[in-house]
Each structure stands twice: as structure tokens, then as C-alpha cells.
Design a protein. Structure first.
Length: 256
């Protein structure tokens, strides 16, 4: 089983911390988020992971010390320019089988193995992991008809919706729709759907957090600290309980 982790972003919303430490190595409760992701993928049965890098690529590469890390085979691809969330896939050799593609800034307890299995059974060209989110509206919501008559009134409703979790399983045929250059995953999947291809959703009702802002990073750190087993239950004890970098080198993130 093979995966691609998109780890080229600059993490501008986390500045000034990311001026020295790239976002994929940003510590979540002491452990770099990319190390957490790789440990989860390994536990799910993945054996080969490609890291797509751009910003501070040498720093990220050096953090793994070569092409093998904790039982995983790694390889690295470098973007010369920002290529979006789908464009980096054009830099890779053609997929030989289904491939999991995900962002490098997510703390989630998604069952990657179950996602993979569900995708394989679906015969879809792509499956998107979806997270159920909710927003509380602070005011009463009113609906009217064409004659301005009130037809519905909801006091401070909660709106529920599904968002893309930044995790996908893709078939090799999907890359036939991928142009060279910057391109985002929603555009690629919409292009494929427009051609009649089947794109499925996998609803994940568990934990899903990105670490894109200091506030989100703080919440992710709290979640991991409260229940490390939830996220790293299959990892060796050293990965569950210790940071992969010395404490002295951890960056200061304002707001955390």
C-alpha cells in the first residue's frame, strides 16, 4: 500500500514559527505532525510513502535521515513552485495501484485501512474522506417566500455540513485528467465527475483537526495530550510518548 503526503506548504498563518520550522515538522504536544501521520499510515498497513516537498525541503528531508523511517520506505519529490493540492501528483511516476493522498497538517483518528478498503470495494475513481462539521448561528434565521410571507423561523439553529478532510484515495486513471502545473484537488475531482467518473465520499465521524493557525494547533495539542492512544495506539511506545526532536529545538508558536 502506497501513500503520498503533501508537505510543501509554507504555513503562513503559523508565522513566525514557520519561518524556522516548516509546518509538517510543527510539534503537536511535542511530536511533529508529520511523524504522527507517518506512524498512523504504517500502523494501517502502508509500506511506502512519498513526501512532496517545497518550503524548507532540506529541513524536512534531514528530519528522517534517509529513505527509511520506522519501518516505512520513503522517497521525496520537490516542487519548484507552488503546485496546489493536486499539481504535485504530476511530478510522480505513474501510479501502479490505488494511492492514498493527504495533507501534512492534519491530526485525525481516521481509520486509514478502512478508508482504503471501502474505496477498493466502491470501484470509484476517487474517494474523499469527509468530516462532519457544525456551525452555531447566533441569530434567528428566517425564510420567506416570493410574496415576502414568513414561511419558517428557526431560533439560533445549528447548521451541519460535510467538509473535505484533505485525505483521498485515488485510482491511477484519475491522473489522466491532471494537467501539468498548479492545480487543486477539487478542480481535478470535478473535472473527472464532469467526464462521468464516479467520486465517492467516506464520512468520518471521529476526530479531525488541521493545525493551520496557532489556535488550531493549540487545540490539536490538547486533544493529543488528552488521549495519545486514540491517535497513536498502534505506534511503538517511543513514538506515543516522546518527541522526535529535542525539546530545546521546539519552536515558539504565538497564541499556543
Amino acid at each position: 500500500m502506497r501513500a503520498v503526503v503533501l508537505a510543501g506548504g509554507e504555513g503562513r498563518r503559523l508565522r513566525p514559527a514557520t519561518l524556522t520550522v516548516p509546518k509538517p515538522l510543527m510539534p503537536v504536544d511535542g511530536t511533529p505532525i508529520l511523524h504522527i501521520i507517518l506512524a498512523q499510515l504504517r500502523s494501517a498497513g502502508f509500506t511506502h510513502v512519498t513526501l512532496s516537498l517545497r518550503y524548507r525541503a532540506d529541513t524536512i528531508r534531514a528530519a528522517f535521515g534517509g529513505n527509511h523511517w520506522s519501518g516505512l520506505e520513503l522517497d521525496f519529490r520537490h516542487e519548484d513552485e507552488p503546485l496546489g493540492t493536486a499539481g504535485p501528483l504530476a511530478l510522480l511516476p505513474p501510479f501502479e495501484d490505488s494511492t492514498l493522498v493527504m495533507n501534512a497538517d492534519l491530526l485525525t483518528d481516521i481509520d486509514f485501512a478502512d478508508l482504503w478498503t471501502r474505496h477498493k470495494k466502491s470501484q470509484a475513481i476517487a474517494t474523499i474522506a469527509l468530516s462532519r462539521q457544525a456551525t452555531d448561528i447566533a441569530h434567528g434565521v428566517v425564510e420567506i417566500d416570493d410574496e415576502q410571507r414568513v414561511t419558517d423561523f428557526q431560533e439560533k439553529p445549528r447548521l451541519s455540513y460535510l467538509v473535505s478532510g484533505g485525505v483521498y484515495v485515488l485510482e491511477p486513471a484519475l491522473l489522466d485528467y491532471l494537467p501539468h502545473g498548479p492545480y487543486d484537488m477539487p478542480a481535478l475531482l470535478e473535472h473527472a465527475r464532469g467526464k462521468g467518473e464516479r467520486v465517492e465520499g467516506y464520512v468520518h465521524d471521529g476526530e479531525w483537526r488541521d493545525i493551520g493557525t496557532p489556535e488550531q494547533l493549540a487545540l490539536a495539542s490538547e486533544a493529543l495530550r488528552a488521549d495519545r492512544t486514540r491517535y497513536l495506539g498502534g505506534a511503538p511506545a517511543a513514538e506515543r510518548h516522546t518527541a522526535a526532536r529535542p525539546a530545546a529545538s521546539r519552536p515558539e508558536v504565538h497564541g499556543v
